[in-house]
Design a protein around this ligand. Structure first.
Ligand SMILES: C[S@@+](CC[C@H](N)C(=O)[O-])C[C@H]1O[C@@H](n2cnc3c(N)ncnc32)[C@H](O)[C@@H]1O
Length: 307
């Protein structure tokens, strides 16, 4: 865990090498239409409210989400939540993705009823008995029958058009004294020493911000969530910021391992971001744009990058 203000020391190779090597719930049965996935540019996308989300739901995307979940585990030293929960009875994981977080949480809290929602029914069938998954759009009106003690939100950048409405719904669906916890990342990579400036990653991040603005679902939520959560009427709002290295460059062993895994996440997901938002929203051609081609080369691992 590295406080944001602390500069991360770079591993200059004068230390021992790291040992790490890189490389039934409210709703019921699944309607078949949610499995009528949309195929485009070699990627598979969700069918329910098709076009609502820019990310694909194919194997490559699932792999990236799983590695990202693992990276969050490293970042938070194994903690699934930072909110001071005490025997939560009902828990909601909004935009659950592969359901990895919800599965672990349900396992650790067998007396809690856990619901994970997503546009894509990509979660495993064999799950803890106290967990269920539902296909749902969190931008619609929430229809849950009973309030939650805890609402978990992670990685919903670029997924919600009206964050104020989202937080208001969350507050309405929490018991008094309940918690909402949100984990988000900035999408423009930065650095302690300015070495990110002018790199393809910085350009990629800035283009991603612009594409989210044009798509109508912001990628800036990491910087806006605290104030918006307060505006919705939540009290005792705490924000913690962390540095998440990309690549094994940190000297610190923990951060080095984290960086290796997170680099993998970036490499696995970069093409996915570019594919939908840039081609559809920014109008960048996959064939003619040199920048687009550069991104694809970087994300394919064919170049030495993200050292
Ligand atoms: C970046 S992934 C994060 C997944 C998961 N929360 C995690 O941290 O592993 C974003 C997820 O949000 C889902 N999503 C996007 N827009 C959504 C919406 N409007 N309603 C419900 N889920 C949504 C996507 O299908 C995807 O699985």
């Amino acid at each position: 865990m590295t406080p944001e203000a602390e500069t991360i020391a770079i591993d200059l190779g004068d230390d021992r090498a790291s040992t790490c090597t890189a490389t039934d719930s409210e709703l019921t049965s699944l309607r078949s239409s949610v499995l009528d996935y949309v195929y485009e540019n070699g990627r598979r996308y969700h069918a329910y409210h098709a076009g609502a989300y820019w990310g694909s739901n194919d194997e490559k995307a699932i792999d990236a989400m799983e590695i990202c979940h693992f990276s969050y585990g490293l970042l938070f030293h194994g903690e699934l939540h930072l909110a001071p929960l005490q025997n939560p009875k009902r828990v909601l994981d909004v935009g659950t993705g592969t359901g990895a977080w919800a599965i672990e949480f349900a396992d650790m809290h067998p007396t809690a009823t856990v619901i994970g929602t997503d546009l894509s029914p990509i979660q495993p069938r064999m799950v803890p008995p106290n967990l269920s998954f539902e296909v749902d759009d969190c931008c619609d009106e929430w229809m849950y029958r009973a309030p939650f003690d805890y609402i978990h939100v992670r990685g919903l950048y670029g997924c919600v058009a009206d964050w104020d409405g989202f937080y208001q719904q969350a507050l309405k669906h929490l018991v008094p004294g309940g918690y909402i916890e949100q984990v988000e990342m900035g999408v423009v990579p930065t650095s302690d020493d300015g070495s990110h400036i002018g790199t393809v990653y910085e350009k990629w991040g800035r283009a991603s911000l612009e594409s989210g603005d044009r798509f109508g679902k912001t990628f800036r939520i990491v910087d806006e969530s605290k104030q918006r959560i307060i505006n919705a009427g939540f009290v005792d709002v705490v924000e913690r910021r962390y540095k998440l290295p990309i690549g094994p460059w940190p000297k610190n062993k923990h951060l080095k391992t984290l960086g290796k895994y997170f680099r993998l996440v970036i490499e696995e997901s970069m093409e996915m971001w570019v594919m939908y938002l840039w081609t559809k929203v920014l109008g960048v051609s996959a064939v003619t744009s040199p920048f687009y081609q550069q991104i694809l080369i970087y994300s394919s691992g064919r170049e030495s990058k993200l050292k």
